[in-house]
Design a protein around this ligand. Structure first.
Ligand SMILES: NC(=O)C1=CN([C@@H]2O[C@H](COP(=O)(O)OP(=O)(O)OC[C@H]3O[C@@H](n4cnc5c(N)ncnc54)[C@H](OP(=O)(O)O)[C@@H]3O)[C@@H](O)[C@H]2O)C=CC1
Ligand SMILES: O=C(O)C1=N[C@H](C(=O)O)C[C@H](O)C1
Length: 263
C-alpha cells in the first residue's frame, strides 16, 4: 500500500474531457496537482495550479492524464520521459511519427494509451478481434461505422481505427494493407478482405461505434454508444491509479481491466 495520495496532473484541463477529469480525480481519491491550458490561462471555478508548459506540470505530479490534440504528443512524450512522469494518453488522431514518440516515451516511463477509456468499448474491441479471427475476410465484409459531435477534429475516430486494427489482428493481417476509408465517387467494387470505415458528424453525439460483419447469408453488428463523456474520465482515472508503481512500458485498457490475465 502506498500511503501518499496519487498526484495527478491534467493536460488539456479546460477541454471537454479535461473539465470532467478535474471532478473525477478527487472523486477517485487522488490529488489534482494541476493542469495545462494552451497559454496557461486559469480555468474558471478550478482552484489548482495551471501551466502553459507540460514539463512544469510534470514536475508537480506522479502521472499526467492527457486529452489534448495530436500536435502536443511529441513534446509531451519528451517532457514526461525526461521528468520520469507516468502518462495516461487519450488523445487520438496521431500520425505514425507521433505514435513513435509515444513508443519511445514508454521505454522510459509507464504509459497507458487508449483511444477509448470506456470499459464497454474495451470489451467490444476485444470481441471485434475474436470475430475477425472467426469470420474470414473472404466470406465476411468488415465495416466500422462511427458518429461523433460536430466539434470532433479527427476521422475516423481513434476508437474506430482501434476496432478495425483489432479485426485485422484477429485475421493476422495489417490494417494499413486493407483499409478502405471515406469511399466517394467511382471507387470500384469493394476489395476482397477490405476493412471499411465511415465517419458521421453531427450535433452533440458523444460517441457511437458499430463493427459490422456481413456475408451473403447473415449480418452481425456490435454497437456501443456513450451517453456521457464521464465514462472516459472515470476510465482514465482508473488507468492512472493502476499505473502507479508499474515498470516502464506501453499498456492499454485491456491491461487495466485485467482482461489479458492467463492469455
Ligand atoms: N481516449 C478516450 O477515451 C477519448 C479521447 N478523446 C480524445 O481526446 C482529445 C481531446 O478531446 P476533447 O476533450 O473532446 O477536446 P477539447 O478540444 O474539448 O479539449 C482539448 C484541450 O486540449 C488543449 N489543447 C489543444 N491544443 C493544444 C496545444 N497545442 N497545446 C496545449 N493544449 C492544447 C485545449 O486547450 P485550450 O482550451 O487551452 O485551447 C483544449 O482545452 C481528442 O483527441 C479526442 O479525440 C476524447 C474523448 C475520449
Ligand atoms: O473526440 C471525441 O469525442 C472522442 N474521441 C475518441 C476517439 O477518437 O475515438 C473517443 C470517443 O469516441 C470520443
Amino acid at each position: 500500500m502506498n500511503a501518499q495520495p496519487l498526484r495527478i496532473g491534467i493536460a488539456g484541463l479546460n477541454g471537454r474531457v479535461g473539465r470532467l477529469l478535474a471532478e473525477e480525480v478527487p472523486a477517485g481519491g487522488a490529488v489534482l496537482a494541476g493542469g495545462t491550458t494552451r497559454d496557461g490561462t486559469p480555468v474558471a471555478g478550478l482552484d489548482c495550479p495551471v501551466h502553459a508548459h507540460i514539463a512544469d506540470l510534470a514536475r508537480e505530479c506522479d502521472v499526467v492524464i492527457d486529452f489534448t490534440h495530436a500536435s502536443t504528443v511529441a513534446a509531451h512524450a519528451t517532457a514526461l520521459a525526461e521528468t520520469g512522469t507516468a502518462w495516461v494518453l487519450g488523445t487520438t488522431g496521431l500520425s505514425p511519427a507521433q505514435q513513435q514518440a509515444v513508443d519511445a516515451a514508454a521505454r522510459q516511463v509507464g504509459v497507458v494509451q487508449a483511444a477509448n477509456f470506456s470499459p464497454g468499448v474495451t470489451l467490444v474491441t476485444r470481441l471485434a478481434r475474436q470475430m475477425g479471427a472467426a469470420l474470414p475476410g473472404s466470406d465476411y465484409d468488415a465495416e466500422i461505422l462511427e458518429m461523433h459531435h460536430r466539434q470532433k477534429v479527427d476521422a475516423p475516430s481513434g476508437t474506430a481505427l482501434a476496432m478495425g486494427r483489432a479485426v485485422a489482428d484477429g485475421r493476422g493481417i495489417r490494417l494499413e494493407d486493407h483499409i478502405e476509408s471515406g469511399r466517394d465517387g467511382h471507387t470500384g467494387p469493394r476489395a476482397d478482405g477490405a476493412i471499411g470505415f465511415a465517419a458521421l458528424r453531427g450535433g452533440q453525439i458523444v460517441g457511437e461505434h458499430s463493427v459490422i460483419f456481413t456475408s451473403g447469408h447473415e449480418q452481425i453488428v456490435l454497437t456501443h454508444r456513450s451517453f456521457d463523456r464521464r465514462v472516459y474520465a472515470t476510465g482514465a482515472v482508473r488507468a492512472a491509479k493502476w499505473l502507479r508503481g508499474r515498470p516502464a512500458g506501453l499498456y492499454d485498457m485491456e491491461d487495466v481491466l485485467d482482461l489479458n490475465a492467463g492469455s
